[in-house]
Design a protein around this ligand. Sequence first.
Ligand code: ADP
Ligand code: MG
Length: 329
Amino acid sequence: MIEVSHLTKKYGANRAVDDLSFTIEKGVIYGLLGPNGAGKSTTMNIITGCLGATDGDVRVGGHSVVDDPMEAKKLIGYLPEQPPLYQEMTPKEYLRFVAQAKGIPHKEWNSQLHTVMEKTRIVDVQDRLIRNLSKGYKQRVGIAQALLGNPEVIILDEPTVGLDPKQIIEIRELIRELGKEHTLVLSSHILSEVQAVCDHIMIISKGHLVASDTPENLTSLFAGTTTIKLEVMGDADAVRSLLSTVDGIETAALTTEDGVTRCELTQSGEEDVRAAIFTAFADAKLPILEMTRVRASLEDVFLELTSGEAAAIQPEPADTVDETEVAEE
Ligand code: ADP
Ligand code: MG
């Protein structure tokens, strides 16, 4: 439905979007996930023809946004991050204004307005001033204007930002509802947000696509990363030398306080090493106060994938950290 190929947007020397390519299939709800400044809004503005690209192209239903923007735009309804709502208009007046701007034939206005107001449940507030509506209702009006013309694709930039928890739940329900009839792309910097409604997640970081998969696959991709948290009554040296006798432990970060050593261990394989740890410490008569196994969550996947450059510029490699901590004791 949408083909984004080698899209690049430069602002001076800064590449807001850097050689980004992906495909949007019909009938799927996509989540564009990334921290603030990742390039989500820039990407959406280019796809919807609101912003020119420095390089690359986007085809919507076969129409290039560069060569054939009018046809491409007809297939998309867009709710930008800051929707241009006219505060002194009522939702009905505003939607009529948008219907005209979109070139919808006059005779269809009433029926289309009725349909989008029903879908977004704003019929009751259609004659109030937009200025006086709650943020949740303003957002519904924004979504209603995106739906005018019944475009195949609906693109929503951070649709739940600034809403209270109840409004967030209502907008999510509306998004799921719309997903039944439209191809949907929404952006968010909050993982739980996209996890709650999207069939497919695309994680972007610094203008790059760093992952693209279903929420389930992204989770299982990283499920091999299992951490074990251990709390032992004993000093760091004793704990470290015992851990070195247990097979399958990759790294150990240790801290000691009041005779209790805490460690975070990473397993190298899939095998459960907890029994071996227990036996080793029991034999050495070092009491284990606590042991928990934590599997990587999608949250961890997201943080890992979007913290790439920040991690790379840290002065100390991770495996020297525990040495420093031990030396300080
Ligand atoms: P996101 O929506 O993911 O938070 P944006 O697409 O808004 O990210 O921004 C991506 C990057 O591009 C950021 O570093 C931002 O500062 C920069 N940027 C966005 N718009 C402009 C602009 N008009 N001029 C200069 N830099 C911009
Ligand atoms: Mg944004």
